[in-house]
Design a protein around this ligand. Structure first.
Ligand code: ZN
Length: 92
């Protein structure tokens, strides 16, 4: 038997049920998939390169609570951090 995940991703953050549906899609009524992205840094302004990624949802099959997760979070974080690095090198 496959080892079950035990982290909070597989347990509802609201009702603690383990009836979680993972990897559900998140879209507008027309079926267009929703993305989350970064194009500016709060301290350093507009980014030279923006990045976005689609999201997937984890849905509780008991209470209906929905959590969203970025599909490529590390890519977003890298672009975000590059903004700070670029500003530092420009200041010198
Ligand atoms: Zn729940």
């Amino acid at each position: 038997m496959k080892e079950a995940y035990v982290n909070s991703y597989h347990r509802c953050a609201k009702c603690a049920s383990d009836h979680m549906l993972d990897g559900a899609f998140f879209a507008d009524p027309g079926g267009q998939r929703v993305v989350v992205g970064v194009d500016r840094h709060p301290d350093f302004g507009a980014l030279a390169r923006s990045a976005s990624t689609q999201v997937h949802a984890s849905v509780c099959g008991s209470c209906g609570f929905v959590e969203l997760y970025a599909n490529q979070p590390t890519e977003l974080y890298e672009v975000y951090c590059n903004a700070a690095r670029a500003r530092e090198s420009r200041a010198r």
